[in-house]
Design a protein around this ligand. Structure first.
Ligand code: PRP
Length: 207
């Protein structure tokens, strides 16, 4: 049975393809996938999903391996093997708000996709805030007056800058990670070990 690998759609997908391309695998079908969500290569079965769903598919053994942002893993804490960091998808978690914003004296409203991380961050500071869960484009929330600030990942800083927001505090660093289903690692060890080792070598030879 070919290893089944779940890939996170979007930015990480492109960076993974660039990374995987440097190894001796035929990944032409991945580069040319169009809107297809499942791709078969000679050696692997790939499928594409949103980050939190990659964790769910790996946890439930639908995928043997997954490529996922460290931010998503930290937020959702799925029951998977967190194998090692991959050399792409570097980002950090930040609290941000509008430039020159005067924070209110009363309870702050913080918008985020990462509600657990936000909760922990303010708990550690001993501060009680109202958390507003959004699914994306969280930078809109302070601009439109839904929230006083946001907790979100910052990669290049362009999205904040182009929307007139500034970082107030940065507090966690992440990169993409390779994860594995717990049973797959035992039951499919023979077919998974070569690709895991190849990726590990690829990841560490760049340092
Ligand atoms: C992420 C994140 C920020 C942006 C940061 O969003 O939520 O909006 O990237 O990247 P930058 O610092 O390089 O500008 P993504 O593009 O994944 O989409 P989303 O807003 O729908 O979450």
């Amino acid at each position: 049975m070919k290893p089944v690998i779940a890939l996170t759609k979007g930015r990480l997908e492109k960076q993974f393809i660039q990374f995987f391309e440097q190894m001796d695998y035929d990944i032409a079908p991945l580069k040319d996938k169009g809107r297809k969500l499942r791709i078969e290569t000679e050696q692997f079965s790939f499928f594409f999903a949103k980050g939190p769903d990659v964790a769910t598919y790996v946890e439930n053994g639908i995928a043997d391996l997954g490529v996922i942002g460290g931010d998503i893993l930290y937020e959702h804490q799925p029951d998977v093997y967190n194998l090692f960091p991959l050399p792409f998808g570097q980002c950090r978690m930040a609290l941000a708000t509008k430039k020159d914003y005067q924070w209110p004296d009363q309870k702050k409203r913080i918008a985020s996709t990462f509600t657990n991380i936000t909760k922990d961050y303010f708990k550690n500071k001993g501060e009680s805030v109202d958390i507003i869960k959004l699914e994306g484009s969280v930078e809109l929330a302070p601009i439109l007056g839904l929230a006083d600030g946001i907790v979100d990942i910052v990669e290049t800083g362009t999205t904040l800058k182009e929307n007139g927001l500034v970082v107030v505090d940065e507090f966690l660093d992440f990169s993409a990670r390779l994860i594995a289903n717990r049973s797959s690692l035992k039951l499919k060890r023979k077919s998974l070990t070569p690709v895991i080792e190849t990726m590990k070598k690829g990841a560490y030879s760049r340092d």
